[in-house]
Ligand binder design. Structure first.
Ligand code: SAM
Length: 424
């Protein structure tokens, strides 16, 4: 068995177009979750399926060598993958968490940094899954609204993290409750909280959640968490990434909560750091790839567009971020990439390496690079970007600002670890 497994690489199977394994993403999620949890009492939630799927894979690729159904005894996880992802948890973690709507793992990075072990993750976007898998070695499960996905969520984790998309509820009664949220992604989050009773929850959303549907959406969320689920939920806080060491003006709403059995009735959000950062601290210098530079024509289009809209008072704002300034929030979609422009080389300073349509602008005005977006969100430079630029911008634009999440999670963990039973 070990010899056969050594010949298989999950990464290769993923890219096998000729002889694919049906539904490989799910199988890969189960197997990688099993491999990553084989020492913490959580593997039981993935074991049976992981072994069955492994057998299926061996039989698929090596039918002549497949003689008997392998059991866990001759199943050596270490021989199944040579991947060495850059972000692994510490050997003896302090707490367990799950990562829902995981994107590229901003929450995971922050909570792993605090000594946590992620025991379940869900994200259905294939490109985000690829980035997540490359960096953490685990493939997220898919659609979290499906019972088939939820059934893999282990019991006994301490923190539930979720940056769920914001949707309106169709509130029938006076104050929205659990049933009114049915059919939305918040309902799935609430349902998982109800079933699993984690010690703490940490939810993140856009600042606009406060005013969404005239405030009814947030009110309903708080009502469900507090009244229906019984959690202690302090007033949500709008947190700005720039206060936690990254040069990006990004405001997001954080909602935290604590299980009633912990009897926690106070929570302090972290104080802003007294640390001034500016774009110069994260700028990639000497970018010579002309694909990041705007053509003269396109720059002119932006200038005209801005002038037109500013005259009407509803400005589309691109801005040239100077080295001593901070960036606007990075966002995906629309003209997201053009919101933050940078002055870099003068065109005479470098030789263009790739062609762009039209002539490169003389001023040296360029878009920020995906690595700069990663840095603006607090992702370290050994975070691998394995996808094309278009996906990378989308993923970092969708992500959380890791340092702000980490500072808040640190306060949560401080409180709950005082209440956790000592490690077995
Ligand atoms: C705002 S992003 C969260 C990003 C994440 N916090 C990070 O740090 O990268 C929301 C994510 O939820 C994912 N998503 C939306 N609906 C989903 C579903 N039903 N099941 C799983 N993932 C879903 C989207 O693909 C998107 O990546």
């Amino acid at each position: 068995m070990m010899k056969v497994m050594a010949k298989i690489s999950l990464e290769k199977i993923r890219n096998d177009r000729k002889n694919p394994i049906i539904d490989f993403d799910l199988k890969d999620a189960v197997i990688t979750h099993y491999l990553h949890n084989n020492q913490n009492g959580v593997s039981q939630f993935f074991r049976k399926d992981a072994i069955n799927y492994t057998n299926e894979i061996v039989q698929h690729y090596f039918p002549e060598e497949f003689k008997e159904h392998y059991t866990e005894k001759n199943f050596q996880p270490a021989h199944f993958t040579n991947e060495k992802p850059p972000f692994l948890p510490i050997d003896i973690p302090r707490f367990k968490f799950i990562d829902l709507f995981a994107g590229i793992g901003g929450f995971r990075l922050a909570l792993q940094n605090l000594g946590g072990k992620c025991v379940f993750t869900s994200e259905w976007d294939k490109h985000a899954q690829k980035t997540y898998r490359t960096n953490f070695g685990e493939t997220p499960f898919g659609d979290i609204t499906k019972e088939a996905t939820k059934q893999y969520i282990p019991d006994g984790f301490d923190v539930l993290c979720a940056g769920f998309p914001c949707q309106a509820f169709s509130i029938a009664g006076k104050r929205g409750g659990f049933e009114d949220t049915r059919g939305t992604l918040f309902f799935d989050v609430a349902e998982i909280i109800r079933r699993k009773q984690p010690k703490a929850i940490f939810l993140e959303n856009v600042k606009g959640l406060r005013s969404h549907d005239k405030g009814k959406t947030l009110e309903t969320i708080l009502n469900v968490l507090r009244s229906d689920l019984g959690y202690f939920v302090p007033e949500p806080r709008v947190v700005n990434a720039k206060d936690f060491g990254v040069p990006q003006n990004r405001e997001r709403i954080y909602i935290v909560g604590f299980h009633p059995s912990l009897h926690i009735d106070q929570f302090s959000y972290p104080q802003p750091l007294d640390k001034k950062v500016s774009f110069a601290d994260i700028k990639e210098n000497n970018i010579v790839d002309t694909r990041y530079y705007l053509s003269t024509q396109y720059l002119q289009t932006l200038v005209n567009h801005k002038a037109r809209h500013e005259n009407k008072g509803n400005g589309f704002g691109y801005e040239i971020i100077k080295d001593n300034q901070i960036a606007n929030a990075v966002v995906c979609g629309g003209m997201g990439r053009e919101r933050n422009l940078v002055l870099d080389h003068r065109i005479t300073d470098f030789t263009p390496t790739t062609k762009i349509k039209g002539e490169v602008n003389r001023e040296g005005i360029r878009k920020m690079t995906p690595r700069e977006w990663a840095r603006l969100q607090g992702f370290p430079d050994h975070y691998i970007i394995p996808v094309a630029d278009a996906s990378a911008y989308k993923q970092f634009g969708n992500s959380v600002a890791v340092p702000a999440i980490q500072a808040t999670a640190s306060e949560i963990i401080k409180l709950i670890t005082q209440k956790l039973p000592s490690k077995e």
